[in-house]
Ligand binder design. Structure first.
Ligand code: 13P
Length: 333
C-alpha cells in the first residue's frame, strides 16, 4: 500500500472547492507516454495551473501501471525543478470499470479514481459506486462517478448512443453513493468524431461542420438540484481544425472530425463544472507534428526529432487550454 501523500500528489477535494468558488475548471489531461507528461508538466509549471493527470485502463495496459505511477511521482519532482514550488498534481484513474481496478489504483498511490458504472442499471451504478467510495475514502482518495451516457469511443470505453443525465436523479445518486464529483452527459462525446455530419450544420464559408450546442439547460437543472457540487465534463476536446488540417495535409485521413467549441467549454468552466477532460486534442497535436516531420524530412529516423516537435506542439496546446479555455492559470501559485 502506497499513499498518494508520500508521492507528493494531492486529491481533488480542495482543487474542486477552489475551482467552483473561483469560476474556473481544472484540466484533466490523459497521458500514456513521456512526451505527453513532459508537455503537461511544463505547461502547468509555467502557468501555475493545478492539474489532474489521467490514466485510462487502456493507458495502464499500454504503458504499465508501475511506470505510470513513478512517472506521476517524477512529474512532481520535475515540476519543482522547473520552479513550481508547490505543484498541485493529482493522479486519477479515468473510467475505472470495476471495484478491483479502482482498489488497485488506490493501493498503488493514485489520489483519485473514477468508477464509471454509468452503463449499468441505476441501482447497480449506485451499489458499485458506493463500494468504491467506501474503500477509497479510508485512504482520503476522492471518487468521481458518472450518471448518463456519453457517445463516442475512448480506449476501451465506447457507446453508440448518448443519454443526458436526468437532473431528478442526481441528489439521490450523490447522497446514496457519497461520491466526490459527478460526470454528467450534456452532449459532449469521446474521440475526434463527436458528431455525425447529420447532427451538425455546415459553415457555408469554410465548409466545416458546426456541432450542435451543449445542453446547458440540463447542466443548469443539475446545478439547481446539487448547488456547489463538483461536476465533470468528459469528451471535451475541441478537435482544433488546424491540427486536423495539418494531419490531412501531410498524408492523414480525418474527414469531418469535429469537437466541442471552446466558447462552450469556457462557459461551462465558469459554472460548477470544475474538471474538464481533454485527451483527443493532445493525440491530434502529437500526430500532426509527427506527420509534418515525416512528410518534410523523410530521411529522419531519430525519434527525438519527431517526438520533440510533437512535445512542443502539445505544450502549446495545454497552455492554450489552461489560459484561454479553463482559466486555471495562476491558481496553484
Ligand atoms: P476527448 O476524447 O474529447 O478528449 O475526451 C477525453 C475524456 O473524456 C477522457 O475521459
Amino acid at each position: 500500500m502506497v499513499s498518494f501523500k508520500e508521492l507528493g500528489l494531492v486529491n481533488t477535494r480542495e482543487m474542486f472547492a477552489k475551482a467552483i468558488k473561483g469560476g474556473y475548471a481544472i484540466p484533466a489531461f490523459n497521458f500514456n507516454n513521456m512526451e505527453q507528461l513532459q508537455a503537461i508538466v511544463k505547461a502547468c509549471a509555467e502557468t501555475k495551473s493545478p492539474v489532474i493527470l489521467q490514466v485510462s485502463k487502456g493507458a495502464r495496459n499500454y504503458a504499465n501501471q508501475t511506470l505510470l505511477r513513478y512517472m506521476a511521482q517524477g512529474a512532481v519532482e520535475y515540476a519543482k525543478e522547473l520552479g513550481w514550488e508547490k505543484p498541485q498534481i493529482c493522479l486519477h484513474l479515468d473510467h475505472g470499470d470495476s471495484f478491483e481496478l479502482c482498489k488497485s489504483c488506490v493501493d498503488f498511490g493514485f489520489s483519485s479514481v473514477m468508477i464509471d458504472a454509468s452503463s449499468l442499471p441505476y441501482e447497480e451504478n449506485i451499489a458499485l459506486t458506493k463500494k468504491v467510495v467506501e474503500y477509497a475514502h479510508q485512504y482520503d482518495v476522492t471518487v468521481e462517478a458518472e450518471l448518463g451516457v456519453l457517445a463516442g469511443v475512448e480506449d476501451e470505453v465506447s457507446s453508440a448512443v448518448s443519454h443526458y443525465t436526468k437532473p431528478e436523479e442526481v441528489v439521490d445518486f450523490a447522497t446514496r453513493t457519497g461520491c466526490d464529483s459527478l460526470a454528467i452527459s450534456i452532449g459532449t462525446s469521446h474521440g475526434a468524431y463527436k458528431f455525425t455530419p447529420e447532427q451538425c450544420t455546415r459553415d457555408p464559408k469554410t465548409g466545416k461542420l458546426v456541432p450542435p450546442p451543449l445542453a446547458f439547460d440540463v447542466l443548469d437543472a443539475i446545478m439547481e438540484q446539487l448547488p456547489g457540487f463538483p461536476i465533470v465534463l468528459h469528451g471535451s476536446s475541441s478537435v482544433p481544425q488546424e491540427y486536423v488540417d495539418m494531419i490531412n495535409q501531410y498524408g492523414g485521413k480525418l474527414p469531418d472530425a469535429v469537437g466541442i467549441p471552446e466558447e462552450q467549454l469556457r462557459k461551462a468552466a465558469k459554472s460548477a463544472v470544475c474538471k474538464i477532460n481533454i485527451d483527443s486534442d493532445s493525440r491530434l497535436a502529437f500526430t500532426a507534428a509527427v506527420r509534418k516531420v515525416f512528410a518534410e524530412k523523410p530521411g529522419e529516423f531519430d525519434p527525438r526529432k519527431y517526438c520533440g516537435p510533437a512535445r512542443d506542439l502539445m505544450e502549446e496546446l495545454y497552455k492554450h487550454k489552461i489560459i484561454n479555455v479553463l482559466g486555471s492559470n495562476g491558481k496553484a501559485e
